[in-house]
Design a binder for this molecule. Structure first.
Ligand code: PGA
Ligand code: ZN
Length: 423
């Protein structure tokens, strides 16, 4: 049995050109694994703390040398001698020495990078592909994942805090039918993505891309983006409702202020009921399959009302609402505030805690969506995590930009491996 010999970290850049933490884990057998923490732009207030050097002018206060130092001097040394296959023990140690509710002592970015690097080292030690090792870890917390490549949610148009265009909603999704094999869904996604680009160019709209690789156009309204989808999909051989479906990550916190939501579709600000009515009309017109963060992250009553209105016809996803946090998930289950969770490991800070949150969500009958962040690296850990946890969907952005396609390409490779195992 190999043991952890050394863990260390360094500061690297994410896809937005901002610093993040990369951790390396070396075993006494000589094997080495590396993993990095992603970072959000539209982060929820209930997320674990991302430690940045706000008191230093380096990288405009966004450096992560303190987090890196915490790995090198505290977190790493604490794990030396532990069996890397004992993910629960190493994560428990990280949680214990941080000792805070939200990982604010040593930083969730430091802790997650270490937790993921240990997980990769565990898979090497077990001589299993990472997704198979994550499957075993998921089973340890009581999950019974069905291993398949999840359906991708392609974020084709980026608005809100993610795009330089003028849209208020953050993400406009095209979702292949779940019955399609991943490779077919990917091909459909790419063909539709390219067609959307051509249509935006024809309209004279800006078609450069945002943080997650989706186009970031100026349009008259948010509904217009869905209209662009309808037109573009009509130009392909696919049809909405049969081959693909539409979805939204509204990220409502980003346009909420003093009890009101300000969106360009309406001349005056909306209250929660007004916004719900707007969603109803969008749904009548575009048959939304999925809506994420439709209301501000603490508007529990409005979330409940939306669930009562749409029942299970629409997948209602909690991201900022839940922050991958067991207490928030428990409350949302009790209140029937949503029927799906967006899983972002860096919102909670360790692999084990993330698996436990997924278990809770599954027990409530929810759908599970494993997600990247807007600030990503080329680490593909999250792709294996989506497969190993039996997630229904993965959200990795548009099928464009290196840090996004790295994940989609990893899923292609896993799909190939799984089909060979089945034969
Ligand atoms: P973030 O966006 O990574 O900037 O938080 C992703 C999302 O809101 O789903
Ligand atoms: Zn979101």
């Amino acid at each position: 049995m190999a043991k952890i010999a050394r863990i260390w970290a360094r500061e690297i850049l994410d896809s937005r050109g901002l610093p993040t933490v990369e951790a390396a884990c070396q075993l006494d057998s000589g094997m080495l694994s590396v993993s990095s923490a992603p970072a959000g732009t539209s982060t929820g207030t209930h997320e674990a703390l991302e430690l940045r050097d706000t008191d230093s002018p380096r990288y405009l206060g966004k450096g992560v040398l303190k987090a890196v130092g915490n790995v090198n001097s505290v977190l790493g040394p604490a794990l030396v001698g532990i069996d890397p296959s004992n993910q629960q023990a190493s994560d428990a140690k990280l949680i214990e020495i941080d000792g805070t509710e939200n990982k604010s002592k040593y930083g969730a970015n430091a802790i997650l990078a270490v937790s993921q690097a240990v997980c990769k080292a565990g898979s090497m030690e077990q001589r299993l592909p990472l997704y198979m090792w994550i499957l075993a870890l998921a089973q340890q917390v009581g999950l019974k994942p069905v291993v398949r490549v999840p359906t991708p949610l392609f974020n084709m148009i980026n608005g809100g805090l993610h795009g330089a265009g003028n849209l208020d909603f953050q993400e406009f999704h095209v979702i292949p039918a779940s019955t399609k094999p991943y490779s077919q869904g990917l091909q459909m996604g790419v063909e539709i993505y390219q067609t959307i680009g051509e249509n935006l160019a024809r309209r004279g709209a800006i078609h450069s891309v945002g943080n997650e690789g989706g186009y970031a156009p100026n349009l008259f309204t948010n509904a217009d983006a869905l209209e662009v989808f309808v037109e573009s999909i009509r130009d392909t051989k696919y049809s909405i409702g049969r081959d693909v479906f539409l979805g939204l990550d509204v990220a409502a916190d980003s346009f909420y202020k003093d009890g009101e939501y300000i969106i360009r579709d309406k001349s005056s600000p909306l209250d929660d009921n007004g916004l719900l009515e707007f969603y109803k009309s969008l749904n009548n017109q575009y048959h939304l399959a999925l809506i994420e963060d439709p209301f501000q992250e603490d508007a529990w009553e409005s979330w409940k009302k939306l669930r009562e209105t749409f029942q299970d016809q629409v997948t209602v996803v909690g991201d900022d609402l839940l922050a991958t946090n067991p207490k928030r998930v428990q409350k949302a289950i009790a209140e029937n505030a949503c029927n799906a969770i967006l899983v972002k490991p860096n919102q909670i800070g360790t692999v084990t805690e993330t698996l436990k949150v997924i278990k809770m969500s599954r027990d409530a009958g929810w759908k599970v969506i494993t997600s990247h962040r807007s600030g990503e690296t080329n680490d593909t850990f999250i792709a294996d995590f989506g497969v190993g946890t039996g997630s229904d969907y993965v959200k990795f952005g548009a099928p464009a930009r290196g840090e996004r396609v790295a994940k989609y390409n990893r899923l292609s490779s896993i799909e190939g491996e799984l089909s060979r195992i089945k034969k």
